[in-house]
Design a protein around this ligand. Structure first.
Ligand code: FES
Ligand SMILES: [Fe+2]
Length: 372
């Protein structure tokens, strides 16, 4: 067990605010530490799986893999959205791939059929006296909806989710995040550690350096300001220069300041998102192994604020921004693998204070779970 890294994390979290430090490279590259995270903070965490309006009608579903669990997120005939295990109760075959709409899930191996609520409906030729179809439901995981996002949990529905989100709820309320309408989803594999993308998305320090053409004009590093943080989340404002024209008016409750910035937030451990007046982008960071993540991202818009051409431009812009970040993180992973990748000093609160929030939360969770 990598007690060395856990001790290093606890020590970094305890440093005074004016001398923050990052973590050594092994935090991002050591398979033993990753296995520890999978068994603790990742297994216990609530992970954003997507948006509620990805499955608007009964039978609509999408699939994804959360750690070692293949999942189906599906809306039932009763209108309830569930996160079902995508594993046949007969001999373990995954039932379905991709996304779509379906009446029942029929296993491709021996044709067992399950309803949209996970109940086993049919098992051909199963006539053994001891066979009870009711005991062969698909497992159902914890699922919560919050602000139009869906969050899944592998440990059970009783793990607290948003108890500490008061400040985040207040910050998001004027945007009416729940009302945003899905216009795009994408999924890709990145060769980096999951925490590296959480940190990258949540710090404004790199914006002008890594994104000179795509973001610097809208959200320059110099205007980044740390905003509210709390138990289980952090945020910062990527403010627009005064000369930038408004980018859609958004919800009626927004003030000028809120219309003139992107509000970037992370719901720990694995969601990062950018909330602007008319545009909402969210990345679900699904860890595959210590050096690989599946990134599922969604883009949503407010009402009819943006026309079709503008939406297409925004999708292309975010594809380019993601490509720029991915290139950097995949390259940095090589550096982090060095035995000489010692912990470095972090920049101040407005630039990298969110990384410090993340590390403090990870350290607190680690300490809690070590006691439990
Ligand atoms: S494994 Fe699914 S029906 Fe046999
Ligand atoms: Fe970036």
């Amino acid at each position: 067990m990598s007690l060395g890294l856990r001790d290093e994390l606890a020590a970094a979290a305890a440093l005074p605010n004016d001398s923050p430090m990052g973590m050594s490279g092994a935090f991002y590259t050591d398979p033993t530490h990753f296995a520890h995270e999978c068994a603790t903070v990742l297994r216990r965490g609530w992970h954003c799986l997507g948006r509620v309006d990805e499955v608007p009608n009964a039978g609509d579903f999408f699939t994804l893999q959360l750690l070692n669990e293949p999942l189906i997120v599906v809306r039932g005939d009763d209108g309830v959205v569930r996160a079902l295990s995508n594993v046949c109760r007969h001999r373990g075959m995954p039932l379905v791939t991709g996304r779509g709409s379906i009446n029942r899930f029929v296993c491709s191996y021996h044709a067992w059929a399950y309803g949209r609520d996970g109940a086993l409906l049919r098992a051909p030729r199963m006539e053994n006296a001891g066979f009870d179809s009711k005991s062969c439901r698909l497992h159902s995981f914890g699922l919560r909806a919050w602000n139009g996002f869906l969050y899944g949990n592998l440990s059970g529905p009783d793990v607290p989710f948003d108890a500490g989100f008061e400040g985040l709820n207040t910050a998001l309320a004027p945007y009416n995040t729940a009302a945003f309408r899905l216009v795009h989803t994408g999924e890709e594999l990145w060769r980096c550690n999951w925490k590296a993308l959480v940190e990258n998305f949540m710090e404004g320090y790199h914006l002008s350096v890594v994104h000179p053409q795509t973001l610097h004009g809208y959200t320059p590093t110099g205007l980044a300001k740390k905003t509210v943080s709390g138990e289980g989340f952090t945020s910062y404002a990527a403010n627009y220069p005064d000369s930038t024209p408004p980018r859609g008016s958004g919800a009626p409750g927004l003030n000028d300041k809120e219309r003139h910035r992107s509000f970037l937030f992370s719901v720990f451990p694995t969601q990062v998102a950018s909330q602007a007046a008319s545009l909402l982008v969210s990345l679900s960071i699904l860890p595959v192994c210590v050096d690989e993540i599946s990134v599922k991202w969604t883009m949503s818009v407010y009402g009819d604020d943006l026309d079709t051409q503008t939406i297409q431009q925004r999708i292309a812009l975010w594809q380019e921004v993601n490509r720029e970040d991915r290139e950097k993180l995949e390259w940095m992973h090589r550096g982090l693998s060095s035995a000489h990748a010692a912990a470095g000093p972090l920049a101040g609160d407005d630039y990298e204070g969110t990384i410090r929030d993340f590390h403090r939360w990870l350290a607190a969770m680690d300490a809690t779970m070590a006691q439990g």
